[in-house]
Design a protein around this ligand. Sequence first.
Ligand SMILES: [Zn+2]
Length: 114
Amino acid sequence: MLAVMMALTPVDFYKSMTTHADHVLQGVMNMKCPVCVAAELIHDTRDLPYTYKGKTTLIPAVTADFCSTCDESITDMAETERIMRAMQAFIRLVNASVVEPTPIGSMSRKLALG
Ligand SMILES: [Zn+2]
């Protein structure tokens, strides 16, 4: 007699749950800048200048991957959120303290890194 009772077993379900996609972001030692693709990013903690309506503030101790070529900085989720909050707080501060109209056209891009 042939045993043909080998139907579905729970093992089939567990097998399908294993992921093999977690190696995609691993194994990259030197991360290139996604903007200029010319330079490697330098992991560092710096004060990040932020300019709004001609006024500049420093967002202190931002940990990010900095590009030495194009001034780009890549932050993780937590730092991004912290920076966004700092920017929004600064924007509110500037808007609250503006007493004179800011001339449009003074938006020249400055290199703030020394
Ligand atoms: Zn770059």
